[in-house]
Design a protein around this ligand. Structure first.
Ligand code: NA7
Length: 542
C-alpha cells in the first residue's frame, strides 16, 4: 500500500486508499502521524509549507520564540527524545524549535509519509463509501476512512486590507510569513503595525537595527519580562531526572503547565502580601505571573490588583509619561493573551522609536511613501504587519470541507464554531481536528494539549475499528451541551471583557464567540469519562 501511495504523483487521478489523511506537519501533525502509524493505520500527512514545523516553519521574524519554557514546550511521548534533546535557552528561539521538530521527523522516520508543498484544498464525505475524498493542490486525490485537521490554532494569517497597500514603494512583511533568508533593516525607517506577541517580540530587535521605528498600536498590550537566559546544565539535569513529575504537575494546573498556580485568592490576602507575590513573579518572569492567585482570570476585581502592579512597572520603565500612558492597557491582564518580552517597554525610551496610537488616529491608508493616519503621514522604507491570525477557525475553514448531505463546515459554523469536545462536529463523520475551538488549546501549553488530543482521537479510532464500527459522529444534542458548557465557563472569566482573537474579534466580520475551554485538568477528566462511558455523545455507525 505504501508503495502505491508513494507512486501517486501530480496529475495521477487514481485515488489512493488510506486509513487517515492528516493535514499539517507541525507539532500536531507530526505526533498524529507517529501515533496513527504505531496503531497500524496507513496515514499520510499533507503540508503546505516547504518543510515540517508548522507555526515554527513560518514565523521566522526577529525575536520569535516560545512563551512557555522550552523544557515544557516539548513532546513527552518519548522519554528517549526528551532525555536526548538539549534545549539551550529558557525560551527557545524559533530556529531551535524548528530544528527540534526536524529532528523529531527524522528520529521517528516520519518523512516518507509527509508530502510537503501540498495544500489540501477540499475534503468531502462520501456517504456510500463511508470515506473521505481529499483533493490536494498538486491535483492528487486521496481516499481515507478518517480525516484529521492538524492545522494549528494560529496559522491562517490576518492581513488587514488597508487602502493603498499595493502602492507602497518598499517591502511589506507579515511576521507569520517571514522571508527565510532574513530581512535587514539597517538604516531604514520601519513601521510595525500590531503589538501582540509577534510585535512585542520583534519590536525591540527591529528598533535596535533600524534608523527609525514607528510602532502603530491599536490596543496596548500587557507584557511580563521573559528573563530569558541560557539554561544551566545542572538545572537541565535536574529537570531530566524528574521529567515525569514535571509533566504530571503541569497537567494538573489550569493552563496545563507549571505556572506554580496558587490555591489562594488575591482578594483574600492583604495588599502588602500581593505586592510581595507579584514582585516575586515579575522577577522570575513569564506567563506564571497569572498563576499568582487562583482568581486572577475569574474576577475583574482580583485582576485589577495585578493590573495596578504592572501599570506601576510600565510607568517606572517608560521615561516619557505620555508614552507610558499610551502603552498602558485598560483591559484585564491576560484578557488578550499575555505577552512575554525582552525589553519591550524600555524600547520606547529609545530616541529612534515613535509610538502612534491608532485608536485615536486610525490608519486611513498606505501611501507610496508610508502610512497615513487621520493625523499625519509617516514616511517609511519597510512595513511589518504583526497583525496576527484568523485564530482557531481560520485554517479549518480555509479548506472546503463537506460533511454529510454536502453541508460545508463554513455553513455549519457561520455563527461561530460548534464542536463536541473541541475535536469533532456533528454532521461530519470520521472527521477530527486537533486542539480545535471548544478545547483548552490556546489557553494551555500547546504541546501537551496536542498530545492529549492525538492520544484521545487515536484511542477513539481504535475503539471504532475494534467494535466493528464503520463511522463515528458527534450527536447534535451532545454538541449543543458542549457549546453551552464552553460558554458558561467562558462567562465566568475575564476573557469576554475585551476584544481578542480568543473571541475572533480581531478579524472584521468574524462572529464574536469565546472559543477555548478554560481548565486543562477539568477538560481531561471530562473527556476521559466520556471515553470510559463508551464514547458518550458519539454515534457509532455499523
Ligand atoms: P495578535 O496577538 O493577534 O496581535 C495582533 C496585533 O495586531 C494586535 O495588536 C492588533 O490590535 C493589531 N492589529 C490587527 N489588525 C489591526 C488593524 N487593522 N489595525 C491596527 N492594528 C491591528 O497576533 P500575534 O501574531 O502578535 O500573536 C498571536 C499569538 O501567537 C500570541 O498570542 C501567542 O500565542 C503567539 P488589537 O489588539 O486587535 O487592537
Amino acid at each position: 500500500m505504501q508503495q502505491e501511495n508513494d507512486a501517486m504523483t501530480s496529475g495521477d487521478h487514481r485515488t489512493a486508499e488510506l486509513d487517515v489523511v492528516v493535514v499539517g506537519a507541525g507539532f500536531a501533525g507530526l505526533y498524529a502521524l507517529h501515533r496513527f502509524r504505531s496503531l497500524g493505520l496507513r496515514t499520510r500527512v499533507f503540508e503546505a509549507g516547504g518543510g515540517v514545523g508548522g507555526t515554527w516553519y513560518w514565523n521566522r521574524y526577529p525575536g520569535a520564540r516560545c512563551d512557555v519554557e522550552s523544557m515544557e514546550y516539548s513532546y513527552q511521548f518519548s522519554d528517549e527524545l526528551q532525555q536526548e534533546w538539549q534545549w539551550s535557552q529558557r525560551y527557545a528561539p524559533q530556529a531551535e524549535i524548528l530544528r527540534y521538530l526536524e529532528h523529531v521527523a527524522d528520529r521517528f522516520s516520519l518523512r516518507p509519509d509527509i508530502q510537503l508543498d501540498t495544500r489540501v484544498e477540499a475534503a468531502s464525505w462520501d456517504r456510500e463509501k463511508g470515506r473521505w475524498g481529499v483533493r490536494c493542490s498538486d491535483g492528487s486525490r486521496w481516499n481515507a476512512r478518517f480525516f484529521v485537521m492538524a492545522t494549528g490554532c494560529l496559522s491562517a494569517v490576518n492581513m488587514p486590507e488597508f487602502p493603498g497597500r499595493d502602492s507602497f514603494h518598499g517591502p511589506i512583511y507579515h511576521t507569520a510569513r517571514w522571508p527565510h533568508d532574513g530581512v535587514h533593516f539597517d538604516g531604514q525607517r520601519v513601521g510595525v503595525i500590531g503589538t501582540g506577541s509577534s510585535g512585542v517580540q520583534s519590536i525591540p530587535l527591529i528598533a535596535a537595527e533600524a534608523a527609525h521605528l514607528t510602532v502603530f498600536q491599536r490596543t496596548p498590550t500587557w507584557s511580563i519580562p521573559a528573563h530569558n537566559r541560557a539554561l544551566d546544565p545542572e538545572e537541565v539535569r535536574r529537570v531530566k531526572e524528574t521529567y515525569p513529575e514535571l509533566r504530571k504537575n503541569g497537567a494538573m494546573q489550569p493552563f496545563g503547565f507549571d505556572t506554580r498556580s496558587a490555591e489562594t485568592a488575591a482578594l483574600d490576602v492583604s495588599g502588602e502580601e500581593r505586592q510581595v507575590e507579584f514582585e516575586d513573579r515579575w522577577r522570575r518572569g513569564g506567563l506564571a505571573f497569572l498563576g499568582g492567585y487562583n482568581d486572577l482570570v475569574l474576577s475583574r476585581e482580583a485582576n485589577d490588583t495585578a493590573a495596578e502592579f504592572v501599570r506601576t512597572k510600565i510607568r517606572a520603565i517608560v521615561e516619557n509619561p505620555a508614552v507610558a500612558a499610551k502603552l498602558t492597557p485598560a483591559t484585564a491582564v491576560g484578557c488578550k493573551r499575555l505577552c512575554v518580552d525582552t525589553d519591550y517597554y524600555a524600547t520606547f525610551n529609545r530616541d529612534n522609536v515613535t509610538l502612534v496610537d491608532v485608536s485615536t488616529e486610525p490608519i486611513e491608508e498606505i501611501t507610496p511613501a508610508g502610512i497615513r493616519t487621520s493625523a499625519a503621514e509617516y514616511g517609511l522604507d519597510a512595513i511589518v504587519f504583526a497583525t496576527g491570525f484568523d485564530a482557531m477557525t481560520g485554517a479549518l475553514l480555509a479548506v472546503d470541507i463537506r460533511g454529510r448531505d454536502g453541508m460545508t463546515l463554513k455553513q455549519k459554523w457561520a455563527a461561530g464554531p460548534r464542536t463536541y469536545l473541541g475535536l469533532s462536529t456533528a454532521g461530519f463523520p470520521n472527521f477530527f481536528f486537533v486542539t480545535g475551538p471548544g478545547s483548552p488549546s490556546v489557553l494551555t501549553n500547546m504541546v501537551p494539549s496536542i498530545e492529549q488530543h492525538v492520544n484521545w482521537i487515536s484511542r477513539l479510532i481504535l475503539h471504532v475499528i475494534e467494535t466493528g464500527g464503520r463511522t463515528i459522529e458527534a450527536r447534535t444534542d451532545a454538541e449543543n451541551g458542549w457549546v453551552d458548557l464552553v460558554n458558561e465557563i467562558g462567562n465566568l472569566t475575564i476573557y469576554p471583557t475585551c476584544n481578542s482573537w480568543y473571541l475572533g474579534s480581531n478579524v472584521p466580520g468574524k462572529p464574536r464567540v469565546f472559543m477555548p475551554y478554560l481548565g486543562f485538568p477539568d477538560y481531561v477528566m471530562r473527556v476521559d469519562a466520556i471515553a470510559a462511558n463508551g464514547y458518550e455523545g458519539f454515534e457509532i455507525g455499523a
